[in-house]
Design a protein around this ligand. Structure first.
Ligand code: C2E
Ligand code: MG
Ligand code: MG
Length: 254
């Protein structure tokens, strides 16, 4: 796998505050621009990278690209509050903390601009070691979100024990809103629980206006999904950011 010759690229998907549609962050989603096969989705190669051990250098490359992109947006005066980077369980080694600190410092990006997304299975892996690592990241200023919340073994103890900042509600709970009353109740319960212990909430896979409206009524704070914007290349993301932040200029230029 070609980690160092520019074949790994990041696409970015906006995360919006549901109350006013303002930007809360950008999730970085890796793709492999394969010379023969074209642009490959992460499901095609992340599991292979995990099995072969390549996930460590791959993960560092993704972190490097995401933070470099954040530095570029900041240098261009674009207000992107945060970039969210998916981290595989196998990247949760003690060295990760220093590696992230070094990348942030080299690009002059504050740690508060970075969110790490971890799935619940990553968090249950090795209790004490993971706990220490996440605390070190949190003490540095990096926030931690649980990705795909609700599909794995959701242990409420995890939420109490670990320094989590946000829950990303898995898109399977969002898909049938508002028609599926059971899903409405589940999402409502997740939101109540999350807010009462001070966690931010982000709904994944928001595709339709009715889902957006329902999530807003239920009090979900942020959303991400095709309704707002599909993941896009860095270049297309820049155009989206410019159009979103300077809507009048975008219309005049068109
Ligand atoms: P994820 O972190 O839960 O990312 C969200 C996935 O849902 C993305 O798929 C995104 O394109 C897709 N998505 C976004 N909005 C919608 C929507 O409205 N409807 C539907 N149906 N899908 C939507 P993608 O890019 O194929 O990524 C899949 C998974 O691969 C990610 O799930 C994440 O677990 C993993 N992944 C992506 N980038 C990385 C990375 O850099 N490192 C690691 N370790 N894993 C990554
Ligand atoms: Mg994610
Ligand atoms: Mg997810």
């Amino acid at each position: 796998m070609a980690i160092d010759d520019g074949q790994l690229v990041l696409h970015f998907q906006p995360q919006l505050h549901l109350v006013d549609q303002s930007l809360s962050g950008m999730e970085a989603l890796v793709r492999w621009n394969h010379p023969r096969l074209g642009l490959l989705a992460p499901a095609r190669f992340i599991p292979l990278a995990e099995d072969s051990g390549l996930i460590w250098p791959l993960g560092l490359k993704v972190m490097e690209l995401a933070i470099a992109q954040m530095a570029a947006w900041r240098a261009q005066g674009l207000t992107v509050p945060r970039v969210a980077v998916n981290v595989s369980p196998m990247q949760l080694r003690p060295e990760l903390v220093d590696a992230i600190a070094e990348i942030l410092a080299r690009h002059g990006v504050p740690a508060e601009c970075l969110e790490v997304e971890l799935t619940e299975s990553a968090l249950t892996a090795d209790g004490p070691a993971v706990n220490g690592l996440l605390k070190a990241l949190r003490d540095m200023g990096v926030s931690i979100a649980i990705d795909d919340f609700g599909v794995d073994y959701s242990s409420l103890t995890l939420l109490r024990r670990l320094p989590i900042s946000a829950l990303k509600i898995d898109r399977s709970f969002v898909a049938e809103l508002p028609a599926n009353r059971q899903d409405v109740a589940i999402v409502e319960a997740i939101l109540t629980m999350a807010h009462s212990i001070g966690l931010r909430t982000v709904a994944e896979g928001v595709e339709h206006t009715e889902q957006n409206v329902t999530l807003g009524v239920l009090g979900c704070q942020e959303g991400q999904g095709y309704l707002f914007c599909k993941p896009r290349s860095a270049q297309d993301t820049l155009a989206w950011l410019n159009a979103t932040m300077n809507p009048l200029e975008a219309v005049t230029a068109a």
